[in-house]
Design a protein around this ligand. Structure first.
Ligand SMILES: [Zn+2]
Length: 234
């Protein structure tokens, strides 16, 4: 069943699942949903009471996951507009050519399209280029990072780069590491941070103390890059 509690001005929705377990468990999912598992005969009031006590922790977890949600405003794909690449701002220049391509030069991101092209075509050429660059750059970082992880027997099965609506990355129970193509707009340190973060989930599928200490052992300054990611992509 679905229900909610009111905590100050914040409404916290949750999904309640009952089972034969003995204790009540609260989980905040990466998609910000709250899942509560409770013993079969716990009254709903008891569940809500418990959630209120844990409310500040729940909000903290949700804020944490929120930080992984891309927030870049929609673009118009017209000359003069600013676009990001590896954390740097470039000014978009739409240029005429029969061969669609993208070239970076002196602060400009030149998108070559034929003269009849509309905004959709510019967007497609630019996004294809972002994808191409992401494949090269993310894979290189993943290979370097992966070497360090494999020394400690932490291995992923497959590395996937794709567009994600709500997150920067994820680690599936099947040991798949997935990274959002959008990260190509962030500095390399941010990309490395997301990959390290997700790789650490191969060992700990949570945000426990042990998880953070593992993350710090692979990337001592991860907090700097996390903050940078939140700032630059907002
Ligand atoms: Zn995480």
């Amino acid at each position: 069943m679905r229900a909610y509690i009111q905590y100050g001005s914040t409404r916290i929705d949750f999904q309640l699942m009952r089972s034969s377990r003995k204790t009540l468990g609260i989980t905040v999912k990466p998609d910000l949903n709250v899942l509560v598992k409770a013993p079969v005969n716990t009254p709903i009031e008891k569940v809500k009471e418990r959630l209120k006590k844990k409310a500040s922790w729940i909000i903290k977890q949700q804020n944490y996951f929120q930080a992984f949600h891309p927030k870049t405003p929609p673009r118009k794909y017209v000359s003069g507009e600013t676009h990001l690449y590896l954390g740097r701002q470039y000014r978009l220049k739409i240029r005429n050519s029969l061969k669609p391509e993208v070239k970076l030069k002196e602060g400009y991101i030149n998108v070559f399209v034929n003269s009849h092209s509309g905004k959709e075509q510019v967007k497609k050429v630019l996004n294809d280029w972002y994808k191409e660059r992401a494949e090269i750059i993310f894979r290189k970082i993943y290979d370097d990072v992966g070497k360090e992880f494999s020394k400690r027997k932490i291995l992923s099965d497959i590395f996937i780069i794709r567009d994600m609506k709500k997150r920067w990355g994820s680690c599936t129970p099947g040991k798949k590491i997935i990274v959002n193509t959008e990260l190509i707009k962030a500095p390399k340190g941010c990309i490395e941070y997301v990959i390290v973060h997700e790789m650490c989930h191969l060992k700990y599928p949570n945000h426990s103390k042990a998880f953070y200490s593992l993350q710090s052992s692979f990337m001592p300054n991860w907090e700097f890059w996390k903050n940078k990611l939140e700032k630059i992509m907002s």
